[in-house]
Design a protein around this ligand. Structure first.
Ligand SMILES: [Zn+2]
Length: 263
């Protein structure tokens, strides 16, 4: 059985400073590959270093919280040419923060989506407080955007809207909480071929594990909960979600377990 963590912030502390141990524990918990999104421009240097690790893949982009950073699209295009750079992320809209303004976020979001379309790369989407706006933007690209709506915690209707737009849904810590009825309901209704798993470590907790203590090995807990919710076994969840991640992100199938970067 092999699992993929499609969204883990390896560049964040406390993970970054104990990366070797974190990846070793992931490997022992059947996590064969991990995808690390960028956050701000400064994080790109760490993502570049990570790309040399076996089983580690990266995304380049600028998060909506950092939308006032001056991203040069040529730099993004260049970074996406690196081996193991498989997605543009983490990008999106977050209108629950007071700044950067919705206008600034939207402009950067569109620029990154357009680059993803022109390079035919998937995106990792962050969305908070701006679902209708995001859906309108995705519709304006007429089904050309592919990628994951990450850390999905909303209900089945919204999930279905994204699925119809061609997106995958990233399920993580939210579905491990028994009171997360909406997310759990969505996790039972999204078609199998559109589900990927993620920890979003160290940003989101898993039931019984504080956010800052989460790491890619906890994807096994999330897979177990999804198996329970969908009344199947964890091996099936692992097979399907691993295959989905391989197809979406163009990962070579069956590579060796994750290991530490060689600087
Ligand atoms: Zn994230």
């Amino acid at each position: 059985m092999y699992l993929v963590d499609t969204h883990t912030h390896l560049t964040f502390e406390p993970i970054w400073s104990q990366l070797g141990d974190v990846l070793e524990r992931a490997g022992r918990h059947d996590v064969q590959r991990v995808l690390a999104p960028a956050y701000d421009l400064e994080s790109w240097g760490r993502i570049r270093k990570l790309l040399s690790s076996s089983g580690v893949y990266g995304a380049f982009g600028v998060h909506p919280w950092k939308a006032d950073e001056a991203l040069n699209p040529d730099d993004l295009q260049h970074a996406m040419g690196l081996p193991h750079a498989v997605a543009i992320g983490e990008i999106g809209l977050d209108f629950k923060v007071a700044s950067p303004s919705p206008e600034v976020q939207t402009a950067l979001f569109r620029m990154q989506l357009e680059l993803a379309i022109s390079l035919n790369k998937p995106v990792m989407l962050h969305c908070r407080g701006a679902f209708m706006e995001m859906i309108d933007i995705l519709k304006s690209y007429a089904g050309k955007v592919r990628g994951v709506v990450h850390a999905f915690s909303r209900g089945p209707d919204l999930a279905e809207t994204f699925v119809r737009l061609g997106l995958h849904i990233g399920f993580g810590g939210a579905i491990t909480r028994s009171n997360a009825t909406r997310a759990r309901a969505a996790a039972t209704t999204v078609p199998w071929e559109r589900i990927v798993l993620e920890t979003d470590s160290p940003s989101i907790g898993v039931e019984g594990v504080e956010p800052e203590k989460t790491e890619p090995m906890h994807i096994a807990l999330i897979a177990a909960v999804l198996a329970q919710l969908r009344r199947t076994d964890v091996a099936h969840v692992a097979d399907v979600t691993t295959r989905n991640a391989e197809l979406l992100f163009g990962l070579p199938p069956g590579s060796a377990a994750v290991e530490s970067p060689k600087y």
